[in-house]
Design a protein around this ligand. Structure first.
Ligand SMILES: [Fe+2]
Length: 305
């Protein structure tokens, strides 16, 4: 069996408004569109996933919170209804997903090997969080690629930021080891918003785009500064600034997915492709990709077969 590898990583945020605006049949509420810039950004990301033909998608979401350790879904097939507790008016989604339990178990084992507290989630009636679902649906609405779903231990919130992000670095390294041994070609999804200052009032209707704009000038300017560094491939500088960015823009990358993903990719000093940027209730969201095949750091789909 060929050595498995990570072929691409996406910053893939999860405001449920985007999914609501797409009107997929699985979501009960109906909309009149909205947030097109971000939805079209996801269209570009989808085309990239289609070309990459990954065997598995790994997603880390801040909204599956596990206070003790890093958890992995260990049930082969899960279905049910997921409701966003903040926006139940926008997101009541009937999901059905296949889990790559073998790879999830390998991530669990490798996580243990690097000293992390890890656990397999075996409850067949477990309800998947809206962050995981929105990211997965926006990147691959066909739901035809098996998934590894990873919880947020949120250590950067409970410990110091440095300690917490160091754990996410270890989780990334463990993930890479598991993917390598699996022989599979994997795409990583960091389900994170950038600046996270948001409105306290929802417009009526919610998709009224005349009301959509950045909540905070400082947050917007931080987003542009960080995105520009990512576009230029200055990732060491991005990670040097990350704690200050998180502190000053209330950035959701604090929950660790972004650090996990780049650690798993071995922090490539690689220019990201910006698929698009937009605000959702004032928060800053970018869909961005570090494509390791295009960069010559991973095999193409054709070469892998
Ligand atoms: Fe979120």
């Amino acid at each position: 069996m060929a050595t498995g590898e990570i072929i691409s990583g996406f910053l893939a945020p999860h405001p449920p408004h985007m999914l609501y605006a797409e009107n997929p049949p699985q979501n009960e509420p109906r909309s009149n569109g909205g947030w097109e810039q971000l939805r079209w950004a996801y269209e570009r990301a989808r085309a990239s996933v289609e070309a990459l033909k990954p065997d598995v998608l790994l997603v880390h979401s801040p909204h599956w919170i596990t206070s003790v350790g890093h958890h992995f879904i260990g049930v082969p097939e899960l279905s049910g209804r997921s409701v966003d507790p903040i926006f139940p008016n926008l997101f009541r989604f009937d999901y059905s997903m296949k889990i790559d339990v073998d790879l999830a178990e390998a991530c669990y084992e490798e996580g243990r090997n690097v000293g992390l507290e890890t656990k397999m989630m075996r409850n067949p009636r477990f309800r998947v969080d809206y962050g995981t679902i929105t990211t997965l649906h926006m990147i691959r609405p066909q739901w035809d690629i098996p998934v590894v779903s990873i919880s947020a231990n949120n250590t950067p919130y409970y410990l110091s930021m440095e300690e917490g992000l160091t754990e996410m670095d270890l989780l990334g390294k463990a993930t890479l080891e598991a993917v390598r041994k699996s022989g599979k070609r994997a795409v990583l999804l960091a389900s994170n918003t950038l600046s996270h200052w948001h409105f306290n009032q929802e417009p009526e209707p919610p998709e009224d785009m005349t009301k959509e704009h950045p909540e905070s000038l400082a947050g917007y300017q931080w987003d542009m500064r960080m995105i520009d560094l990512m576009r230029r491939g200055q990732m060491q500088e991005v990670f040097r600034l990350l704690p200050q960015f998180i502190e000053e823009s209330f950035a959701e990358v604090k929950s660790g997915a972004f650090t996990w993903m780049h650690a798993a990719m071995q922090y490539p000093e690689l220019a990201a492709e910006l698929h698009g940027y937009g605000t959702v209730i004032g928060t800053g969201n970018a869909v961005m990709e570090w494509n390791l095949v295009k960069a010559g750091l991973a095999r193409s789909a054709a070469a892998a077969r």
